[in-house]
Ligand binder design. Structure first.
Ligand code: RIB
Ligand code: NA
Length: 317
């Protein structure tokens, strides 16, 4: 049947250590807590969209191991279609050792494993599923050529595309921008891609203009507690979208919550102005930083304020 959101991307098992501060090179420090969770940027974004009520499917690759088996069960528990989550015999399920400090900031190592084996052939096999979707979401945690192939396929089928250029890379060919209806990066990704330093709203406005010049339909730069900055081809004058303040416990995966929520709104709330989609996605991502872990911190529709699911734009904020 028809899908709201199809994500072509990564699955990782997150190995999270909570530490008073992030260790320096060559240093050993004591952590205070350890937990394992379901992560990977692609899967996180898909699970967020699913918890909000989107009909979702994932195109991904796991290893032939217990992490992979558990991951597929996790998708099923969350109502995500796994017809195109395949199992590689040649590599293990991706893992991500993560350290989270006392202010909720993280540093992440990813070992892609099976994610690197997701191929154009796998995406071709999922072609009719992708073509049936309202929104197709990609990141850069799989082979970037496979992401390119997916974006082209989705575009040709008239599916709205979102590209989250994460993890950050210093250069991205312009065709990635041109194939993105929405191009959404955080500060550090935007810095690497544009060569500008991106710390303030003013900086982000400049980066948004560059991203639009490179051909993205709509550009979003997320700025954590400072909200985000958007611009579109129709209205390239950048606009700051603030977010309600929060006292973060663990910001890991907040960017993925934002992308997953945007995909949900683009598929299910087509009548909302882009600015309002981004504002609501920011509020949903904010709720994820209040709890530990990535997917473990994503709330579902019934736990969120009904105003986030209203067809109306509230005035006077
Ligand atoms: O964006 C957060 C995610 O990045 C984590 O879940 C980790 O798996 C890495 O992919
Ligand atoms: Na979190």
């Amino acid at each position: 049947g028809k899908f709201d959101v199809v994500v072509v991307g990564s699955c990782m098992t997150d190995l999270v250590s909570y530490v008073p501060r992030l260790p320096k090179a060559g240093e050993t420090i004591h952590g205070t807590k350890f937990s394992m969770g379901f992560g990977g940027k692609g899967a996180n974004q898909c699970i967020m969209a699913a918890r909000l009520g989107a009909k979702t499917a994932m195109v991904a690759k796991v290893g032939d191991d217990s992490f992979g088996e558990r991951y597929i069960e996790n998708f099923k528990r969350n109502g995500v279609n796994t017809d195109h989550v395949s199992v590689a015999r040649e590599a293990s399920t991706g893992v991500a050792p993560i350290a989270v400090n006392a202010s909720g900031e993280n540093s992440i190592v990813i070992v892609s494993g099976a994610n690197d084996l997701l191929s154009e052939g796998d995406v071709k096999n999922a072609k009719s599923m992708i073509a049936s979707a309202s929104v197709c979401v990609c990141q850069l945690e799989i082979n970037p050529e496979v992401t390119h192939f997916t974006l082209s396929l989705a575009k040709k089928a008239g599916v709205q595309t979102i590209l989250n250029p994460a993890p950050a890379s210093a250069w991205l060919d312009y065709y990635y921008y041109r194939l993105s209806d929405v191009f959404c990066a955080n500060e550090s990704e935007a810095e690497l891609l544009t060569g500008l330093s991106v710390n303030t709203v003013d900086d982000a406005e400049k980066a948004v203009i560059m991203i639009l010049e490179r051909g993205a339909g709509q550009a979003v730069i997320t700025l954590g507690s400072k909200g985000s900055v958007i611009g579109t081809q129709e209205n390239p004058i950048p606009k700051h979208i603030p977010v309600t303040p929060a006292d973060p416990v663990d910001s890991t995966g907040a960017g993925d919550a934002f992308i997953g929520a945007m995909a949900f709104y683009m598929a299910k709330f087509k009548m909302l102005p882009f600015e309002e989609i981004v504002r609501r996605a920011g509020e949903i991502a904010r709720t994820s930083v209040l709890n530990p872990g990535t997917q473990s911190s994503y709330l579902s529709k019934k736990e969120l304020s009904p105003s986030l699911f209203s067809e109306l734009v509230q005035r006077g904020r």
